[in-house]
Design a protein around this ligand. Structure first.
Ligand code: NDP
Length: 435
């Protein structure tokens, strides 16, 4: 703890895992005396680098780039790249640590990693984004590779940025490999990858609801965020019969009592993915909806909540409001969106609660499927990929039930996900000796 005292998000993520994994280790001699958790919290390697680029005014800009190569026990490092001004070592180490457990849960051979830069993409021109991505990849390319470390997108990094980074990698290395996932379909990307995290979150929530004889049909759903994960969670929840009434960004949330249907969601996608604009623009086209500035959507009454924006975006008071308003299911689409106090509120109330490392694993799982397709030099159809995604989310749900069920009908998905994720990585580390 002392070593990482100035890394609050990392400490938060480790504490949550330790609370469930340490008692498990104490019950299982096989995992004792090998410093397994102690090894897992120490990244195998951290790379920090200067990223220099020139903006449209001709002014030289300097950012800091990172890649955390956390754990390669079960496969090449794998995890997204985040471009956001808040990016620092603590946030990326928390994400890389979570990623190791998540990737283990997918059942695919992927280790854990994460990277990014404190670069703010907001307001940047397309050319500036390209120059930044190229400068970032110029250094990163020395440390990654299809069999070593395979980055992907995350906050601030979507298909456009992955494409620019892939192009630069190819130019520098003179090789066409599946070194990044989330690529465009014309150059090795997988169908359903853009949809996968949001769809997977809803598939996972569906499995949870089924354990209580319920479904999305006729339920009111509150979604936060309006980026990649939020968009496709909204789409799938709507397709399954739910009514999504909110979406948000860092400036506030929109509330549409009638529901954000397919046509309205297409408009959100235009605002966010084409114009790189603000969610508040929604009410210009749909004036019956309202924009609530500077607030988060958890005050809206709902049956199901899908936090899909960022870490620590749902606190204890908001969790209490959700429970008091009758919310029965919270499935995290983002990474660690609920604070530890909020998680305690959900578990005490015994509502269905899924931590991101289980419920948002569909994204990286489909990235794993993209890696397989690249290696085979084949492309699977949307149906094939979606079917595999459904099976993987169901398997993750079952693994959580296996390790998280209290035997009286209640499933602690936090405990289940942590232990199931731990077991596979720990077994691989034990098998490989002290390396
Ligand atoms: P996007 O960049 O596409 O969207 C992020 C959304 O969250 C935007 O609406 C953004 O609003 C909002 N947001 C970001 N930072 C903040 C903040 N500090 N406060 C309030 N709102 C914020 O990212 P993704 O949809 O890809 O990622 C969302 C979450 O899901 C992250 O936690 C990510 O790690 C996680 N995730 C993503 C996966 C993927 O496949 N993309 C896979 C697994 C997890 P604004 O535009 O105002 O910044």
């Amino acid at each position: 703890a002392k070593r990482n005292a100035n890394e609050p998000e990392f400490m938060q993520a480790v504490r949550e895992v330790a609370e469930t994994v340490i008692p498990f280790i104490e019950e299982n001699p096989k995992y004792q005396g090998k410093m397994l958790l102690e090894r897992m919290v120490e990244p195998e390697r951290v790379i920090m680098f200067r990223v220099v680029w020139i903006d449209d005014k001709g002014i030289t800009q300097v950012n800091r780039g990172y890649r955390i190569q956390m754990n390669s026990a079960i496969g090449p490092y794998k995890g997204g790249i985040r471009f956001h001004p808040s990016v620092n070592l603590s946030i990326l180490k928390f994400l890389a640590f979570e990623q190791t457990f998540k990737n283990s849960l997918t059942t695919l051979p992927m280790g854990g990693g994460k990277g990014g830069a404190d670069f703010d993409p907001k307001g940047k021109s397309d050319i500036e984004i390209m120059r930044f991505c190229q400068a970032f990849m110029t250094e990163l390319s020395k440390h990654i590779g299809g069999n070593t470390d395979v980055p992907a997108g995350d906050i601030g990094v979507g298909g456009r940025e992955v494409g620019y980074m892939f192009g630069q990698y190819k130019r520098l290395r003179n090789e066409f490999t599946g070194v990044l996932t989330g690529k465009g379909i014309s150059f090795g990307g997988s169908l359903i990858r853009p949809e996968a995290t949001g769809y997977g979150d809803v598939y996972f929530a569906h499995s949870m609801l089924q354990t209580r004889g319920k479904s999305f049909d006729g339920q009111t759903v509150v979604v936060s965020g309006s980026g990649n994960v939020a968009q496709y969670a909204t789409q799938k929840a709507t397709q399954l019969g739910g009514k999504v009434v909110t979406m948000s960004d860092s400036s506030g949330y929109i509330y549409d009592e009638a529901g954000i249907d397919a046509e309205k969601l297409a408009y959100v996608m235009e605002i966010k993915n084409v114009n790189y604009g603000r969610i508040s623009d929604y009410v210009k086209k749909y004036p019956s909806a309202k924009f609530v500035e500077g607030k988060r959507p958890w005050e809206v009454k709902c049956d199901i909540a899908l936090p899909c924006a960022t870490q620590n975006e749902l606190d204890e008071a908001e969790a209490k409001t959700l429970v008091a308003n009758g919310c029965i299911c919270v499935a995290e689409g983002a990474n660690m969106p609920s604070t530890p106090e909020a998680v305690t509120v959900f578990t005490n109330a015994k509502i269905l609660f899924a931590p991101g490392k289980a419920s948002n694993a569909g994204g990286v799982a489909t990235s794993g499927l993209e890696m397989s397709q690249n290696s085979l030099r084949l492309s699977w159809t949307s149906e094939e990929v979606d079917d595999r995604l459904k099976v993987i989310m169901k398997d993750i749900h079952e693994a959580c039930v296996q390790y998280g069920s209290d035997g009286n009908g209640y499933v602690d998905y936090v405990k289940g996900a942590n232990i199931a994720g731990f077991v596979k990585v720990a077994d691989a580390m034990l098998g490989q000796g002290v390396v």
